[in-house]
Design a protein around this ligand. Structure first.
Ligand SMILES: [Zn+2]
Length: 254
């Protein structure tokens, strides 16, 4: 969002996201009047922010590119999202949210950072099961499918997604990411299939793994969680605790 400017009030730790649309007037057509008589309603939210923080210290924050993350699907209108910003010295997290669909978006400044923590890595059991029945003729027995899923799950348990290739296609959910299994583990999976499938069925499984490892049902689904690390600043009230010292000085002068 290069067109946007993020402004922080250092006194209040509040932010304002100045978008190019803020200073655009809203036109309110009045019924029965010609278009040139349209009433113009100035909607300058930024002016309100400046008035509210008059005399305070303001600074620009730079939004960190590609830092945007959301806890719900992109299409959800009511959700909480985060992005990162900095003034060059300190890091901030900007929490963007609204409680109801008809409320304007709010931006909250949180001194600190966040990272994404992987909480689960799963195989696509249902999809694999369906695909096996579709691809293999005759369909393997349910026992064999279950045994394959159990084997696959056991192998995936020992895999760290960090080392895997991420599938760039956007998933519908920002915190769900698909990964491709590495060749070493795929070969291991296939080799262990020998204990479940024999003869022609084994050859069919070999084809199945080859056909679906790149972008199909054999992709691993990782779920992430947003982990916020807030930097707790020393309480601003502590500044006022210096006052008794000054009073003491006065006493000393006497
Ligand atoms: Zn202020």
């Amino acid at each position: 969002m290069p067109m946007n400017q993020l402004i922080r009030c250092k006194n209040c730790d509040q932010v304002f996201l100045k978008s190019p649309f803020d200073s655009l007037p809203e036109y309110n057509p009045t019924p029965g009047l010609a278009p040139e008589n349209f009433q113009t309603i100035e909607r300058d939210d930024f002016q309100d922010f400046l008035t509210h923080h008059h005399g305070h210290q303001l600074e620009h924050l730079r939004i960190i590119e590609d830092s945007y993350v959301s806890e719900k699907a992109y299409s959800e209108p009511v959700k909480t999202s985060f992005f990162k910003a900095t003034n060059g010295r300190e890091k901030f997290v900007i929490k963007k949210f609204r409680e109801r669909i008809d409320e304007p978006l709010q931006y909250q400044l949180i001194p600190g950072d966040y990272s994404l923590k992987c909480t689960a890595v799963e195989i696509q059991s249902q999809e694999i099961s369906k695909q096996l029945k579709r691809d293999l003729t005759p369909s393997p027995s349910q026992d064999k499918i279950d045994a394959f899923l159990k084997l696959f799950r056991a192998i995936v348990e020992g895999i760290e997604v960090k080392g895997l290739e991420r599938i760039p296609e956007d998933s519908w959910h920002p915190l769900e990411v698909y990964y491709k299994m590495d060749d070493v583990h795929l070969v291991y999976l296939l080799r262990n299939c020998r204990s479940i499938f024999k003869g022609r069925e084994y050859s069919a499984m070999e084809r199945f793994i080859r056909d679906h490892k790149e972008d199909g049902v054999l992709l691993l689904k990782a779920t992430f969680e947003i982990e916020l690390t807030e930097i707790v600043k020393p309480d601003k009230k502590k500044v006022s605790s210096f006052q008794p010292l000054e009073k003491q000085k006065v006493v000393w002068k006497k």
